[in-house]
Design a protein around this ligand. Structure first.
Ligand code: NDP
Ligand code: 8X3
Length: 252
């Protein structure tokens, strides 16, 4: 039987690279995201290689999430790996200047969206049992504070703790849970965070070596294909050219 991976946020960045990585290894892929044209293009690209099912999905819509899972064609129903990847940061500015709507969008997507998909797929993953994985995409922002991270970092701290807590409850089911926490990676993430400021995005990645989407897809694939008895609880991955900084001090 073909192993099946269910990916949220497969229209760009890590999710799209993951679809390609898992497909290259022969996995069947369920790709989801809001931009249907991109899903269609990815399905066309991978469809000659492996079984592909795509569904346009906004993870914030719990009813839509349930409907997409319920409507999975028979050959895609036995999901072995859930990649909870869809997410975003909005506004790199200080908390006090950020719109409340932006905070709500991050919570609705990164927290509630991730929870919606997890809840809908848990029965399937438990039925799959040994070897099943949930890989939640956290961030270094969920562990380390930095200016402009405000609610984004808060949502990723939720992802970390939710992953750990899920592990406790899933003990004995065979289902593994990982918080995969990347550092700076060049995707559309900064374009989204700055609401379309391509120059700001280019500036952030210029002159350094960020992680690539493929780097993270490789980590996802590694975690999902470890022997059944191994669960990586958390992985924090930074590019070699990123590290922590000193504490900030307010002076007269
Ligand atoms: P991209 O912006 O390239 O991709 C984000 C993906 O999330 C898109 O496919 C987008 O699809 C999807 N998405 C966003 N909102 C929704 C929604 N409401 N419903 C469904 N899908 C949604 O960024 P990345 O690939 O970098 O980001 C992927 C994950 O990695 C995110 O959770 C991000 O927080 C995390 N991350 C990113 C880092 C980075 O530096 N790039 C570092 C650490 C973590 P669509 O718009 O079509 O719906
Ligand atoms: C985002 C990671 O390094 O861009 O999740 O803040 S970083």
């Amino acid at each position: 039987m073909t192993d099946i991976v269910f990916i949220t946020g497969a229209t760009s960045g890590f999710g799209r690279a993951a679809a390609r990585r898992f497909a290259a290894a022969g996995w069947g892929v369920v790709i989801t995201g809001r931009r249907e044209d991109r899903l269609q293009a990815l399905a066309d690209e991978l469809g000659a290689q492996v079984p592909v099912h795509y569904a346009s999905l906004d993870v914030r819509d719990a009813a839509a999430v349930k409907a997409v899972v319920a409507a999975l064609p028979a050959e895609f129903r036995q999901v072995k790996c859930l990649l909870n990847n869809a997410g975003l940061a909005l506004s790199p500015n200080p908390a006090q200047s950020v719109d409340l709507d932006d905070w709500h969008t991050m919570i609705d997507t990164n927290v509630k969206g991730l929870v919606n998909v997890t809840h809908a797929l848990l029965p399937t993953l438990i039925a799959t049992g040994a070897g099943a994985s949930i890989i939640n995409i956290g961030s270094i922002a969920g562990q380390w504070p930095y200016p402009g991270s405000h609610v984004y970092g808060g949502t990723k701290a939720f992802v970390k703790q939710f992953s750990y807590n899920l592990r406790c409850d899933l003990l004995g089911t065979g289902v593994r849970v990982t918080d995969l926490a990347p550092g700076i990676a060049e995707t559309e993430f900064t374009l989204v965070r700055t609401k379309g400021d391509q120059a700001a995005s280019d500036r952030l990645y210029r002159g350094t070596t960020a992680l690539s989407a493929e780097d993270i897809a490789e980590q996802m694939f590694y975690i999902a294909t470890l022997p059944d008895h191994i669960c990586i609880n958390r992985v924090e991955v930074m590019p070699t050219r990123q590290a922590w900084s000193a504490f900030a001090i307010d002076r007269d």
